[in-house]
Design a protein around this ligand. Structure first.
Ligand SMILES: Nc1ncnc2c1ncn2[C@@H]1O[C@H](COP(=O)(O)OP(=O)(O)O)[C@@H](O)[C@H]1O
Ligand SMILES: O=P(O)(O)OC[C@H]1O[C@](O)(COP(=O)(O)O)[C@@H](O)[C@@H]1O
Length: 315
């Protein structure tokens, strides 16, 4: 069982438009509503691919109830901790060209007792038996920037490998504490973490190794259209495929992480699976999870020790 924690879940609403014109009234061709939030998406993806997983999340208000209902109706195992605030809705505007614009709401603040209840619920689910824990997404106000450090301690006490996908101060706090088996930033999040621009593959690998030196075992850096890099203390691999026109890139990073966690085998094979899952995700509208039949691992090329002088685009 892989347990996920999403401290700031969302209802994801995606509106398909021909072209986004700022300041104009636009008519959407279609609207997609999906359960959202990074850990929840990881659980949705794993379950769809037959890997046992359970999502732990706070939920409140009408949108929180809708989120819980959607998860139940889609057969996604979840433990929702009731909170007073209203669960947020995040909006995606997907253009025909493949460009995606996203507006994420801040989400409801958590009271101290709600944070404790969420961590207690997580500990109880971990005690039922877990082979991995994923914590992912932004933190709501009130959670404290060190929430993921507290979560890592729960995982460490139970010898459960801990993977994290977050950004900003919560990422910096957890990376500094060095308590992670796997960190999954995208290249922009990694650049913000190390405080410099990452232009070449070598720049990305060096930045990942800084994180590794602080105590993280694996760094999986997603590079959008240019695939992903997996970096360990002594090795690195890149994987990617031919260009494609995405329908929606929302949730692609979460699919990538889920793919990596779902796979057995060598690091290179796990990276290949991760990228194949990410590529399948961008072919789906909104935050929809692709079917196992949509995963094309054969279309993904893996390079061991990629040339550090190249930019990701040149790989
Ligand atoms: N435009 C795209 N074309 C092809 N694959 C993409 C595209 N955008 C994302 N992907 C795939 O999805 C993965 C995750 O995307 P990325 O945007 O890096 O993640 P995040 O959503 O975390 O920012 C990438 O590693 C890649 O495999
Ligand atoms: O918690 P954050 O950083 O606001 O992100 C939440 C959003 O991220 C998503 O999980 C998608 O994540 P990715 O596109 O990074 O895979 C959406 O479902 C959700 O709306």
């Amino acid at each position: 069982m892989i347990v996920t924690l999403t401290p700031n879940p969302s209802l994801d609403r995606a509106l398909d438009v021909d072209r986004l014109v700022p300041g104009e009234v636009l008519r959407a061709d279609a609207v997609h509503v999906h359960p959202g939030g990074k850990g929840i998406n990881v659980t949705r993806a794993l379950v769809r691919h037959g890997v046992a997983s359970r999502a732990v999340l706070p939920a409140g208000g009408a949108d929180g109830a809708r989120l819980v209902e959607l998860l139940a109706s889609q057969g996604v195992p979840a433990l929702a901790v009731p909170v007073a605030g209203d669960t947020r809705t995040n909006i995606t505007i997907a253009e025909r060209s493949g460009a995606t614009t996203k507006v994420n709401a801040p989400g409801p603040a958590l009271a101290p007792g709600e944070v404790t209840a969420l961590l207690d619920a997580l500990a109880a689910v971990l005690d039922e038996g877990a082979r991995g824990l994923v914590a992912a997404g932004s933190l709501p106000a009130g959670a404290g920037d060190d929430l993921f450090v507290r979560v890592a301690a729960l995982a460490a006490q139970r010898s459960v490998p801990f993977a994290l996908d977050t950004s900003g101060d919560p990422l910096a706090c957890a990376a500094r504490a060095g308590v992670l088996d796997l960190l999954k930033p995208n290249d922009e999040e990694l650049a913000a973490l190390v405080g410099r621009e990452l232009v070449t593959v070598g720049d990305v690998v060096d930045a990942a190794r800084e994180v590794i030196a602080a105590g993280t075992a694996h760094v999986l850096v997603s590079l959008g259209a240019h695939g992903a890099l997996l970096v360990t203390e002594h090795s690195s691999w890149w994987a990617g495929g031919t260009p494609l026109v995405p329908l929606s890139t929302v949730g692609a990073g979460d699919m990538t992480l889920a793919g990596f966690l779902s796979a057995d085998g060598s690091a290179a094979d796990r990276l290949r699976t991760a990228v194949a899952w990410g590529r399948a995700a961008v072919r789906m509208p909104g935050t929809a999870v692709p079917d196992p039949s949509a995963i094309d691992t054969a279309a993904v090329r893996v390079v061991e020790a990629p040339d550090p002088r190249l930019t990701p685009k040149e790989l």
